[in-house]
Design a protein around this ligand. Structure first.
Ligand SMILES: NC(=O)c1ccc[n+]([C@@H]2O[C@H](COP(=O)([O-])OP(=O)(O)OC[C@H]3O[C@@H](n4cnc5c(N)ncnc54)[C@H](OP(=O)(O)O)[C@@H]3O)[C@@H](O)[C@H]2O)c1
Length: 271
């Protein structure tokens, strides 16, 4: 069972896992042993996540479910109704983790307003843990001032071997804040990396699993996505891979600040 304060280090990204195929893919992941599912109001996968969990026969308490309030639902009149809608769509009384998906400019919705609403959602029992996504260090510092140290369980951001965000990583370590690495495989592109390929060859695994093992060794939570049983299994098995210090050092050298997700609404990144 998920403990009250911790997030399982390996989760399943569910972006794109809609409809009957989505329910099947999420169900396969649960069969393999995944116990952490990452959805969002904007993915249209809250219902498939809920349905896959119900069909799995697992107890609700055994699966950690994260959802995210969309940047279009942060205004005071929209925030709480959107959270209640998420709970209804998933079919649960409470999510394990509720995130602000993207920060928005002050002129759209004031920071204090939506961060206060996030805390209220937790106080109302709609979420066991709260956190943020796509937050810069500057925004994390503001959040800590507003809500106190330790109030946020995670900042979910793009991290992979080609984007290691060392400044944010060091800040988060100092603030006892866990980072969740989204798009940890750069949509599968990391499979072409020759260094990851060389290490994978030595360990008898695949480059994607090596990338995940590296991120886990760095202390991050990872949420890779896949619709294939083989890849779901390989990614799940990444938790058992032990990389040597030479491997870790070689992968650290791969950081080249390559940001794959950078829409116009992104904050001004500070790492
Ligand atoms: N907070 C945010 O703003 C944000 C933004 C983006 C993503 N996310 C979250 O992060 C999750 C993961 O990101 P993502 O889905 O964009 O990309 P990703 O996990 O980096 O990559 C998924 C892709 O990699 C392939 N893949 C998976 N395992 C593989 C393996 N072992 N070997 C080779 N290829 C493999 C998959 O293909 P197959 O299906 O063929 O395996 C799929 O095309 C999302 O689903 C979502 O939950 C959050």
């Amino acid at each position: 069972m998920a403990s009250s304060t911790s997030i399982p280090p390996l989760g399943l990204g569910t972006y794109g896992r809609t409809g009957a195929e989505g329910i099947d893919a999420i169900g396969t992941a649960l069969e393999i042993g995944y116990r952490h599912l990452d959805t969002a109001q904007s993915y249209d996968t809250e219902s498939t996540v809920g349905e896959a969990v119900r069909r799995s026969g697992l107890a609700r308490a055994d699966v950690f479910i994260t959802t995210k309030v969309a940047d279009t639902r942060l205004a005071p009149a929209d925030f709480m109704p959107s959270v209640r809608q998420s709970l209804e769509t998933i079919g649960v009384d409470q999510v394990d983790l509720l995130l602000i998906h993207w920060p928005v400019p002050e002129a759209v919705v004031p920071f204090e307003s939506y961060m206060g609403a996030l805390k209220e959602a937790q106080d109302a029992g709609y979420a066991r843990l709260i956190g943020v996504s796509n937050f810069t260090i500057a925004l994390l510092e503001r959040a800590e001032k507003l809500l106190g140290k330790g109030a946020l369980a995670t900042n979910q951001v793009e991290i992979h071997p080609w984007l290691q965000v060392p400044t944010l990583r060091d800040y988060a370590r100092g603030a006892a804040l866990q980072l969740t690495a989204y798009q940890p495989l750069v949509k599968g592109q990391v499979s072409s990396d020759p260094v990851l390929g060389r290490i994978a060859g030595e360990l008898g695994t695949g480059p994607a699993a090596v990338a995940l093992a590296f991120l886990l060794a760095e202390g991050h939570i990872v949420i890779p996505a896949s619709a294939s049983r083989t890849n779901l299994q390989a990614n799940f098995d990444a938790t058992t891979i032990i990389l040597t210090s030479e491997h870790l050092e070689a992968i650290r050298q791969l950081d080249r600040g390559y940001r794959h997700i950078n829409p116009a609404k992104s904050p001004r990144w500070d790492d």
